[in-house]
Design a binder for this molecule. Structure first.
Ligand SMILES: [Zn+2]
Length: 293
C-alpha cells in the first residue's frame, strides 16, 4: 500500500474497536473495508482532519454552475425534500429547540424555523457556514466540529443529521456527543445512505470508481444493522428505523410507478425486500430516561 499524504490508517473499527476488518475493494490507493463485528463499511486509509478541512472549505462548494452538485442549483426540490423530512420529525416533536448538525446551506434550518422551531445549526465548513448565516439569518450557526463546540449547557429537543454521519471521521464520538446534547425525551434523527440498496454496483464501489480520492466524501457506509449497532453502542434507545428515498422523492415515485407497470415481477421483489429498494434510511433515537435516575 502506498503512503498517502494527509491520510491515516484505521487499524481497528472506530465504532466497536473490532479488529477483524475485511477489504471489500481492490483499488491502488484507498479501499473500503468492513468490520466483521458491527458491520460498518469504511474508507481506509481515511483523510486526516486537516485534509477534511481543506476538502470542505474549497470555494467550489458554493459554485452554482453546471459543474456543481445537483442539490445546489435545485432550490425548489431541496425545499420539498426538507419539508418531507420535517413532516416526519413532526410525528415525534412539534416544537422546541432544534439543532441541525452539518446544516450545510441551512435549507433544513429554514424550513424548521418556518414551522416554529427555535433553530440552531452546526457546520464544519466555514465556506458553508458563512453562506448559511446570510440565508438563515437570525438562527444560531456554530462553526466547527460538533465535539469542539461550546453550547454553554444548552440541550435540544430535536437533533438532526441529514446525510452527515457518513461524512464524519469519528462517528461514535459524534453519536456519544449527540446523546449528551439531546434533552431527556428529545429525539435524534439521522439519515444516511443505505449501503444495502440493490444496485448494479454497491455504493462504495461506485464511489471508488467514479470519484478521485479527494472527492471520496463518504468515509463510512451503513446497513440498517450497522447503523443500529452504532446508535446502541453510543447509548441510544432506538425508536424507529425506516427506509426512504434520499433524492427527489417525486421523481422516484414516478420511477417506481413506471417500474410497476413495465416490470411487475421486479416490483414484487422490491415490495418484499423494502430495504433493498431504498437509497437511504432514517433512524430515530432517544436517550433512555433511566440514564438520568
Ligand atoms: Zn465495528
Amino acid at each position: 500500500m502506498n503512503e498517502l499524504t494527509g491520510y491515516e490508517w484505521i487499524k481497528s473499527c472506530k465504532i466497536c474497536t473490532g479488529d477483524q476488518l475485511v477489504q471489500l475493494t481492490n483499488s491502488p490507493m484507498v479501499n473500503y473495508y468492513q468490520c466483521m463485528s458491527c458491520l460498518v463499511i469504511f474508507l481506509n486509509p481515511q483523510p486526516t482532519l486537516a485534509t477534511l478541512k481543506q476538502q470542505y472549505t474549497r470555494k467550489e462548494l458554493l459554485d452554482t454552475g453546471p459543474a456543481s452538485a445537483w442539490f445546489k442549483h435545485d432550490k425548489f426540490y431541496l425545499k420539498e425534500l426538507c419539508r418531507e423530512r420535517l413532516r416526519d420529525v413532526l410525528r415525534y416533536k412539534e416544537r422546541g429547540d432544534l439543532l441541525d448538525v452539518g446544516c450545510g446551506m441551512g435549507d433544513f434550518c429554514g424550513v424548521a424555523r418556518e414551522a416554529g422551531f427555535n433553530v440552531f445549526g452546526t457546520e464544519f465548513s466555514d465556506t458553508y457556514a458563512e453562506q448559511t448565516k446570510k440565508t438563515v439569518g437570525a438562527s444560531e450557526i456554530y462553526i466547527g466540529r460538533l465535539q469542539e463546540i461550546n453550547f454553554s449547557g444548552r440541550k435540544f429537543d430535536v437533533i438532526s443529521l441529514w446525510h452527515v454521519l457518513e461524512h464524519l471521521p469519528d462517528p461514535l464520538e459524534t453519536l456519544v456527543c449527540l446523546s449528551k446534547l439531546v434533552k431527556t425525551g428529545g429525539i435524534v434523527v439521522i439519515e444516511v445512505p443505505n449501503v444495502e440498496q440493490k444496485r448494479k454496483r454497491p455504493m462504495y464501489r461506485s464511489d471508488l470508481e467514479d470519484y478521485t480520492i479527494d472527492r471520496l466524501e463518504h468515509l463510512f457506509y451503513y446497513s440498517g444493522k450497522a447503523l443500529q449497532n452504532a446508535c446502541l453502542k453510543a447509548g441510544f434507545k432506538i425508536l424507529n428505523l425506516n427506509f426512504v428515498d434520499a433524492h427527489q422523492p417525486a421523481k422516484n415515485m414516478a420511477k417506481h410507478f413506471l417500474r410497476k407497470i413495465k416490470r411487475p415481477s421486479k416490483q414484487i421483489v422490491y415490495m418484499g425486500r423494502p430495504n433493498k429498494g431504498f437509497s437511504a434510511m432514517r433512524i430515530y433515537s432517544t436517550v433512555s430516561p433511566n440514564d438520568f435516575l
